[in-house]
Design a protein around this ligand. Structure first.
Ligand code: ADP
Ligand code: ZN
Length: 728
């Protein structure tokens, strides 16, 4: 095994000194020949998990990637780092295709990217055998699952690949967290006892802000105008809005383009290219825009319309800040968006699907209207718990909202609902209740004689929108029940009734009704920020763009923003100094060192060298874990285990494979959370044998240990053994 060399290889090739969370563990498991499933959020550095091992092992690593644009991008970046990588697909023809194939025949490459369709082609499998494929990475592996959001039937062919190349280990990577999708990946790819790695879905460098939507176009423009040199994505619901927003921004002098599925392929590709090459700053896009983009320096994502569900919102905002630098996510929210989206559902013929969609939309609206930390709410959706009480990176935490005594208002509203029901014997929606409070003269009020209610007009002095906000808040807080149908008729809950009768004080968090259109959020997560000489940074960006254009690659392939920012703190002037910059490996030093150091020394002729305080601490470690380091999913297994269920039963209850459950329990044992005895799992003689083998071969790689023991032990036993041996 050569993987002791991973760290030097990381620095030499990619210029990084440290691994991101789980990267090293994933690489080692893969190099030990295990099948691996890696579930890491966007920006966590999944690509490196198969790229670096490809350099550490013999033979060719095949990478399955769904999109031609993605392949080309990754290969460009690898080549820029001096890695022998290539791709084959339908865009490569003639002599170029021939050249690549003969390179593959000669064993010239270490990485080969291909689309899943390719696997179906006759002869490809025998090609792979000849080309000495020793590992297969399946990127965006959730595409194999119908439960995922990007199902691609071609991915199903990959199971056959496993059968055709039985000894070759698979590494499946995805940012989709649901267990259903994960299990589907394991099943469809025929993975064997895979080691599953699941990272926290927290994105520490992203800040989340919800603003009341007023005039979306000018709100977006005001935001964009304050960030003239930054790249951002604005998501809208319809093709038409994408076009009109891009046109409006362009008219104001912003370099904006549109992106949606209705554009001609050439125009779509050109717009995407403009964005990737830093020629357009803003893409106004429907959700068709996304997966093909791994531009790491997207500094903001704005949702100008309400996303359809939280999962989508998370994935879309996740496209910001892959490079770990602070980035902003802004949602413009209006209740009207929800109402409109719900209306569209009426046209759906599948009632059950419509109901599910409606529930998801309401959850999204609850998120937007909510008064708890956005990060807590998002992570909660993925089953993670945020341990702190202030995330420091969302509108709620950065600008705590004041509490106010809403008792009088709540009394009026609750009693209005009560009186309506008392008088008419039926319930109405919130809208009507607000009309009655406001003393309006509507047809319904006349028809039902609701102008005779004692509560008619008692809320004239308060704007209707405020009553509506209060009503929705009281629903969320459980004072009022709303029916689940689209009428959402209101009645008092037990709590509401008691509050009304006993005049219990009601304290609520104040929700801003309207923020002056165009107020910038001013809320940027500090996590991951790198203070630097901004003047020099602008110069280096210009140089980067020039060099990238010469090579015909996106600027971030030359250097990422983080690398440039480090250069603008350290002002390197020697090869050694330059090599110390994160993201500078030996190839990039050779290709670009002189040019960048040239501009830096030129800059210093006319400017002072600035000093910066020690770099902000790196983003906090994954927060998903409970205090003792166990993940939510493990804790759930342990909870069931404490209730006395067997591993098989827990697997069935949770819809997971048994081996996953065993590995959860083993983690619990290792942390001292689970009381268990080694004798439940292996005999004293077996223990002696296991210990002897472990002394010789170590326990980092269970695959290696198992092999050393002639494959006579199953993985769960080895998991338990390791857990007991390292128990705290
Ligand atoms: P993902 O596929 O998980 O969204 P990527 O593989 O695109 O993430 O990586 C995101 C960014 O993080 C890239 O710009 C990559 O160069 C950078 N990166 C990956 N690993 C490291 C590391 N160990 N140290 C510093 N930067 C890293
Ligand atoms: Zn927060």
């Amino acid at each position: 095994m050569r993987h002791a060399n991973l760290a030097p290889l990381l620095k030499q090739t990619f210029g990084y000194d440290t691994f991101r969370p789980l990267q090293r563990e994933i690489m080692e498991a893969a190099l030990a020949g295990r099948d691996v499933v890696a579930i890491l959020p966007t920006g966590a550095g999944k690509s490196l998990c198969f790229q670096l091992p490809a350099l550490a092992r013999e033979g060719l690593t095949l990478v399955i990637s769904p999109l031609i644009a993605l392949m080309k991008d990754q290969v460009d970046a690898l080549v820029a780092s001096g890695v022998a990588a290539t791709f084959i697909n339908s865009s490569i023809q003639g002599s170029e295709a021939h050249r690549r194939r003969s390179g593959l025949e000669e064993g010239h490459y270490q990485l080969l990217y291909a689309a899943p369709e390719r696997v179906m082609m006759p002869d490809f499998v025998s090609d792979l055998q000849r080309w000495n494929v020793t590992a297969i990475a399946v990127d965006e592996a959730h595409c194999i699952s119908q439960w995922g959001h990007d199902f691609r039937p071609e991915y199903r062919a990959l199971g056959q690949l496993r059968d055709a190349l039985p000894g070759v280990p698979f590494l499946a990577l995805t940012a989709t967290a649901t267990e259903q999708v994960r299990e589907d990946i394991i099943r469809q790819l025929h993975l064997h006892e895979p080691e599953v790695f699941l990272a926290s879905f927290n994105r520490p460098n992203l800040s989340y802000t919800v603003l009341p939507k007023a005039k979306a176009t000018s709100q977006v423009y005001d935001f964009v105008r304050q960030r003239p040199s930054e790249a951002g994505i604005v998501y809208v619901q319809s093709r038409r809005s994408a076009e009109s927003l891009a046109a409006a921004l362009t008219a104001e002098g912003v370099k904006a383009v549109a992106y949606h599925a209705g554009l001609q392929p050439e125009e779509r590709a050109a717009n995407q290219e403009a964005f990737i090459r830093d020629e357009a700053n803003v893409v106004c896009a429907t959700i068709a825009f996304g997966m093909g983009i791994n531009k790491p320096d997207v500094r903001y994502v704005i949702h100008a319309d309400l996303p359809k569900n939280i999962e989508g919102y998370y994935q879309e905002t996740g496209r910001a800040g892959r490079d770990s630098l602070p980035s902003e996510c802004v949602l413009l929210y209006s209740r009207g968006d929800l109402v409109r989206n719900l209306k569209f559902l009426d046209e759906m013929t599948d009632a059950q699907a419509a109901e599910i969609a409606a529930r998801q939309m309401r959850m999204m609206a609850d998120f937007a209207e909510g008064t708890e930390c956005r990060r807590v709410a998002l992570l909660d959706y993925f089953g993670e718990q945020w341990p702190g009480d202030n995330c420091g990176g969302c509108d709620i935490c950065l600008q705590p909202r004041e509490q106010w005594d809403a008792t009088t208002h709540a009394q009026k509203l609750l009693s209005c609902i009560f009186r309506i029901r008392q008088k008419s014997g039926f319930s109405t929606g919130l809208n009507h209740v607000v009309e009655v409070l406001a003393g309006a003269n509507t047809e319904k009020i006349r028809k039902w004689y609701h102008d005779q209610l004692s509560t008619y007009g008692i809320g004239k002095d308060v704007p209707r929108e405020e009553w509506a906000v209060l009503g929705r808040q009281l629903i969320r807080e459980g004072y009022i029940d709303a029916t689940a149908d689209s009428f959402q008729t209101l009645s008092l809950s037990k709590k509401g009734l008691a509050t009304l009768m006993n005049r219990t004080p009601v304290m609520l968090t104040r929700v801003p009704i309207a923020v002056k259109a165009g107020t910038s959020t001013g809320k940027v997560a500090k996590a991951g920020s790198i203070a630097c000489d901004e003047g020099l940074f602008a110069e280096l960006r210009a140089l980067r763009k020039r060099l990238a254009d010469e090579k015909g690659v996106p600027p971030y392939v030359v250097f990422g923003d983080a690398s440039l920012r480090h250069m603008c703190r350290e002002y390197p002037h020697t090869e050694r100094g330059f090599l110390a910059i994160p993201g500078v490996g030996s190839q990039k030093l050779a290709d670009y060192g002189a040019a960048f150091m040239g501009v830096i020394s030129q800059w210093l002729e006319g400017h002072e060298m600035l000093k910066f305080a020690a770099e902000a601490a790196p983003p906090p470690p994954p927060k998903m874990k409970s205090e003792d380091g166990l993940t939510g999913t493990v804790l759930e297994t342990l909870r069931l285990q404490r209730q006395g269920h067997s591993a098989e039963k827990i697997a069935a209850l949770r819809g997971l494979v048994v081996s996953t459950i065993h590995s959860h329990i083993a983690q619990g044992i290792q942390r001292g959370e689970v009381k268990a005895d080694p004798r439940d799992y292996y005999s004293a003689e077996e223990e002696a044998e296991l210990r002897a083998a472990a002394a010789e071969h170590g326990m980092e790689s269970l695959g290696k240990l198992r092999e050393a023991l002639g494959n006579r032990y199953e993985y769960p036993v080895l998991h338990y053994f390791r857990a007991f041996e390292t128990r705290k």
